[in-house]
Design a protein around this ligand. Structure first.
Ligand SMILES: Cc1ncc(COP(=O)(O)O)c(C=O)c1O
Length: 324
């Protein structure tokens, strides 16, 4: 049988297990958002990973690193503090690989996150919502100290987290753009995305590539991101690798999440809106070149907020607490 050639190649690979299908995500140009003809803005769609976020790569790296180092064996309980995406990714991977998973997360994350975790069989321990992700970290550290049977990958301090990007996401971007990356923008959560890309890009391209962090304003939380002014700097972060840190107001994150949807058809989570806002600002300061930013997750988990369907002027009035 002879078929006409496929129009959308490459297909993304052929795998015998879903865990192996993580990565190799599309890089898509957002032409309507570009402020100048010579400046191209590219979105790396990490939302296309199997559980819908950039954290699939990290969770896979954390578990496989522990396996390689003989730190875990099937049936063991993995414990991790996470505001959602890492937990969801770990839950899928642990269920595939035969580990139990307990996640500690703030009690005020969106209900979709709880459902996704339960769907993959994870157990949830809630920490006080008003303490944010720092409260979840503190509670998980305490639990791990009290019970040696837990294995805590601890993405905030585990080199496998940035390495997932150094070996994966960053290489894919370099490959797609033939090394022509002028600025890279990502959100600051654990710092894994920024550190992994910064190391790979600076190594390959030197100082001509600028690494820019999108950081929420203190007291204006954006789910998935953290303000370093809140007092906790994850151990994997080396601030010297960042060229710039740009603050994003909650309202701008929301408005830009809608812009991605309304102008480019991109259904992304709120942290991606914050990051897109910064990518657009950096693009406006350049005369030509490629700006790449990370779309960390898709919008499904945030649907209950109403953000995607309300008229834009009403979106701006939404309570900021919805986003945490
Ligand atoms: C939705 C979302 N955006 C951004 C980030 C930040 O990524 P990183 O932890 O690599 O700094 C995260 C991390 O948890 C996230 O869940």
């Amino acid at each position: 049988m002879s078929l006409p050639p496929l129009e959308s190649r490459p297909c993304g690979g052929r795998y015998t297990d879903l865990v192996d299908a993580i990565g190799n995500t599309p890089l898509v140009e957002l032409r309507r958002l570009s402020p100048k003809p010579g400046v191209r803005i590219w979105a790396k769609l990490e939302s296309q990973n199997p559980t819908g976020s950039v954290k699939d790569r990290v969770a896979k790296a954390l578990i496989e690193d522990a396996e390689e180092r003989g730190l875990i064996k099937p049936g063991q309980t993995i414990l991790e503090p996470t505001s959602g995406n890492t937990g969801i990714a770990l839950a899928m991977i642990c269920s595939r690989k035969g580990y139990r998973l307990k996640v500690v997360m703030p009690d005020n994350v969106t209900p979709e996150r709880t459902q996704l975790l339960k769907m993959y069989g994870a157990e949830i321990v809630y920490s006080p919502g008003d303490q944010g992700s720092n409260g979840a970290v503190a509670m998980a550290v305490e639990m791990a100290a009290a019970d040696a049977s837990y294995y805590m990958p601890y993405q905030y301090g585990n080199a496998a987290n940035p390495r997932a990007h150094y070996d994966g996401t960053a290489r894919e971007i370099l490959d797609e753009l033939d090394g022509q990356v002028d600025a890279f923008v990502a959100g600051l959560g654990t710092g894994g995305t920024l550190m992994g890309h910064a190391r790979r890009f600076k190594e390959e391209l030197g100082d001509r590539v600028k690494i820019v962090a999108a950081e929420p304003m203190q007291g204006e939380p954006v789910q998935g991101l953290r303000s370093l002014d809140d007092g906790f700097i994850p151990p994997i972060i080396d601030l010297a690798l960042l060229d710039r840190k740009i603050f994003v107001a909650n309202r701008d994150a929301i408005v830009w999440t809608r812009k991605l949807l309304d102008e480019e058809g991109l259904f992304a989570g709120v942290s991606s809106g914050a990051i897109a806002r910064v990518a657009h600002r950096i693009a406006g300061e350049m005369d030509e070149g490629n700006v790449v930013f990370i779309v960390c997750d898709d919008g499904w988990k945030y649907l209950s907020s109403g953000l995607y369907t309300l008229p834009v002027d009403e979106v701006e009035q939404l309570e900021s607490t919805l986003w945490w």
